[in-house]
Design a protein around this ligand. Structure first.
Ligand code: FPP
Length: 253
């Protein structure tokens, strides 16, 4: 996974600068839903679904990288997921810890830049240090950027941006879209061009609320652990047939 230069970001829209006829999405964000159902269908504990789900990530990342995607954001744990049964929350935190321990070096060797998006203060000190060290190790990598949204919520992100803008004493007239996006957890990435949700639900679930204003959506009933490269290829193919107008009129009529 080596990388060419990142595509320029249109600072007004936060979108990668691409023509209206979409080609390769610069940024793909994924709601990885369906791990629990996948496990239940097989009579396995829910955590087994999460374990297999994490194993799928590498393969999907490679497919997206090969197709020229430059940013991938994975919705791994939402601010609402803390309300799941304590043993499931504990298990997911353990899976994250294990994934960081086992995968970060290899992601680094693949030139991947790992970025955490979300709150860190509710994670235990061991995880906080692991997240910080993964970011330090990979921060100069020039390949794909992998944003891991963990303890992430779109509403919380917007509130936190507002709090920081006030704390910084930013004058009212200076608050515009361009400034606001620099206060988001995702300030380092363009807005997602494409959001994929697995698991069959048709909702956004508090994911990238600001950033998804002009994202294209793709929903699939496929459960996350079953998502294969062939379906990802088909999604990317479908994306090329979307006409993106960003609220404007199609210049080709
Ligand atoms: C959605 O399936 C999945 C989650 C809420 C958690 C997934 C997170 C991990 C497996 C850890 C992430 C770690 C890394 C390294 C990114 P669900 O439980 O909502 O499935 P269901 O809708 O079938 O119940």
């Amino acid at each position: 996974m080596t990388g060419a230069a990142r595509p320029p970001v249109d600072q007004e829209r936060g979108q990668t600068c691409q023509s209206a006829r979409a080609t390769v999405p610069g940024h793909v964000a994924i709601i990885m839903d369906g791990n629990g159902r996948w496990a239940k269908q097989r009579g396995l504990p829910r955590l087994e679904g999460h374990r297999v789900g994490v194993e799928r990530i590498r393969n999907i990342l490679e497919t997206l990288t090969q197709r020229g995607v430059r940013y991938v954001t994975l919705y791994a744990f939402s601010t609402e997921n803390w309300y799941r049964p304590p043993e499931e929350v504990e298990g997911i935190l353990e899976i994250l810890h294990q994934a960081l321990r086992e995968q970060v070096q290899s992601l680094h060797e693949s030139n991947v830049r790992v970025v955490h998006v979300g709150k860190v203060d509710r994670l235990d000190p061991r995880l906080q240090e692991q997240v910080a060290s993964a970011q330090r190790l990979t921060c100069d990598n020039t390949g794909i950027t992998l944003n891991v949204a963990f303890d992430y919520g779109g509403r919380e992100e917007i509130l936190e941006a507002v709090r920081r803008i006030i704390r910084d004493g930013v004058p009212e007239e200076a608050v515009d879209e361009r400034l606001f996006r620099t206060y988001l957890f995702t300030h380092d990435s363009p807005d997602p061009d494409l959001i994929i949700r697995t698991g069959g639900e048709l909702r956004i679930s508090n994911f990238l609320l600001w950033q998804s204003a002009y994202s294209e959506y793709y929903h699939t009933p496929t459960l996350w652990p079953d998502l294969g490269s062939d379906e990802v290829e088909r999604v990317l193919e479908e994306f090329t047939r979307r006409q993106r107008r960003f609220g404007r009129v199609d210049p080709e009529g």
